[in-house]
Design a binder for this molecule. Sequence first.
Ligand code: 13P
Length: 268
Amino acid sequence: MPILSQQSKIQQTNEESVMRRKIVVGNWKMNGSLASNEALLKALVEKIPQKISTDIVICAPYPYLFQTQSYLKNSSIRWGAQNVAKFESGAFTGEVSVSMLKEFGASYVIIGHSERSTAYCESDENIATKLMMVKQADMTPILCVGESLIEREAGIMEKVVSKQLDTIVEMYGEDIFDETIIAYEPVWAIGSDMAASPEQAQTMHQFIREKLSPNAKVGKSLKIIYGGSVNPQNALQLFSMPDVDGGLVGRASLNASDFQSICHSAEI
Ligand code: 13P
């Protein structure tokens, strides 16, 4: 692409990204205790101002959702779950339904995290069903997509992410992505201290946006956040990319100062 039209494209995407409010989500994974959560939640409420131009979300383990809800209720921080059942109710031992989460006041649900799809063999079809159920319950799904290291080295990362999205489009149509958050989480970057470079993240985010943008309702307003070793040192550069609308943060969300610093980077 000629340099001038490339520059105007970046400028155009920059203008569009200004219109999208950034979002930073803390995924606590299977960490915490009543005592450590209390300290962390209190510190977050103290550090994160009531008036903030970024959406901040904490996704805690199920047993601590009630505790999370009660500490965050008068704050600007929203909360959500890390998974949900694909069935509405019934004999599904160990599962938690969308209506249970909704009844408690959850606003967000992470869907299809690679730690679940790998360890529990979750299929793209299952993920699509969960996505639809979360939307029907008027909560916001945070859909994780991303490639493995082997897939990146083979240069097929866009094909892999495309397929993950295609399964959902085939089952429910592109409109399902309206008001959905997509988290690009390259598997190789999760828990590895090897975050994607800002350029790698931007390239994939732009690819995802362009893939879904023929649907005018979805394309420009779609929030695409990056996850995988986000920390206070790399957050600002990542979030400065025109198609990176915030982050999905694992380890660094367990430390109030680090998480606050990451949230602050989304404000700049
Ligand atoms: P880390 O930030 O610990 O790499 O985890 C990323 C992640 O999986 C968030 O969902």
